[in-house]
Design a protein around this ligand. Structure first.
Ligand code: SF4
Length: 324
């Protein structure tokens, strides 16, 4: 691990000022960042510790809930308001990582966790995300845990979060405080960037930008399901996961929001899938049509080809449960 300066932020507004600089990073739980620093995949010159800032509360706001950036994954999953009104989020959180990690990992950090592409972590192999322009060892390599949606010629790395998949289905907005003290909020599809030819730039965050919280609007549907398929029963990243938030009226799907993990370079949601389901009576043919739409632009490798039939089956099972 390389040497770095350490600053403990005591004031939220000041934290953004302290956090400026291309080689400066915020740290809270550190469950991903410290691993990356030990492996010298990331080598920040300065860490700004935000773990003592008053960002650890879950409050009612604008008809929904505002989750502070340093609320831990464990506390968020266990919160009675989350369990009652946003169970898809609670289940997604509990499907992620291990109990020890969830006790340390924070909401903001979970959103910003890096891919688990093994080549990204191996500094002896080329990786455009770690070193732009170097090449991509995953192309032609081992790709079982890689993406099939939103990929580019430079990177096919998967976004690993479970929490963010549920948040995407819940229309969450990420609150960001800029270095000048201004606060803006971004829908998840605005917050995350596709790899394109700059896979090292994963979000819209700029120097000094600090995630202060996430706002969940009132849930659009009371039928919420999260299902995750993985190589072992716990502590593994998703091969495919699906979060569905559905409202039923008179036997028809009045509203549907479906998001996916294990498939995309960012937590994935396709407006055409939601639109195809909305207003329709649930049926196997409808769910298959939704899967066709979801996967219409999928790009597979030998290692990821299994994900297409798996995604179909998971989507069908989730929608059958949500609409039953
Ligand atoms: Fe790096 Fe992306 Fe290629 Fe993995 S898929 S080696 S993260 S460029």
């Amino acid at each position: 691990m390389r040497e770095f300066d350490y600053v403990r932020a005591t004031d939220t507004a000041r934290a953004s000022v302290e956090g400026q600089g291309a080689e400066t990073r915020f740290i809270a739980g550190g469950t991903n960042l410290l691993d990356l620093m030990k492996l010298e995949v990331m080598a920040p010159s300065k860490l700004v510790d935000i773990s003592r800032l008053p960002l650890d509360r879950i409050e009612e706001a604008d008809g929904g809930l505002r989750i502070g950036a340093t609320v831990t994954n464990s506390d968020l999953a266990a919160d009675p308001r989350i369990r009652a009104s946003y169970p898809v989020l609670s289940r997604a959180l509990l499907a992620g990582a291990s109990g020890q990690l969830r006790n340390k990992a924070t909401t903001g950090g979970n959103l910003l966790q890096r891919t688990r592409c093994p080549y990204f972590y191996d500094t002896d192999t080329p990786c455009n995300k770690r070193s732009p322009g170097e090449g991509c060892a995953a192309m032609g390599g081992e790709t079982r845990n890689h993406a099939v949606l939103g990929t580019s010629e430079t990177c096919i790395a998967l976004h690993p979060s479970d929490m963010a998949v549920a948040m995407r289905a819940l229309d969450a907005k990420v609150e960001v405080q800029g270095a000048g003290g201004e606060t803006n909020s971004f829908a998840m599809e605005e917050f995350y960037l596709l790899p394109s030819d700059t896979p090292h730039i994963e979000t819209i965050l700029e120097s000094g930008d600090l995630i202060t919280g996430v706002h969940l609007p009132a849930p659009r549907g009371d039928r919420q399901v999260y299902r995750k398929v993985r190589d072992r029963a716990s502590y593994a990243f998703a091969l495919v996961s699906t979060a569905a938030v559905v409202k039923m009226e008179d036997g028809r799907i009045a509203d549907a929001a479906v998001a996916f993990g294990g498939l995309g370079t960012m937590p994935w949601r396709d407006p055409e899938v939601d639109a195809a389901l909305t207003g329709e009576a649930p049926s196997r043919a409808l769910f298959d049509k939704a899967a066709d739409l979801l996967l219409r632009e999928a790009e597979v490798t030998d290692g990821t080809a299994f994900k297409l039939p798996l995604a179909r089956r998971v989507l069908r099972a989730v929608l059958e449960e949500a609409t039953a």
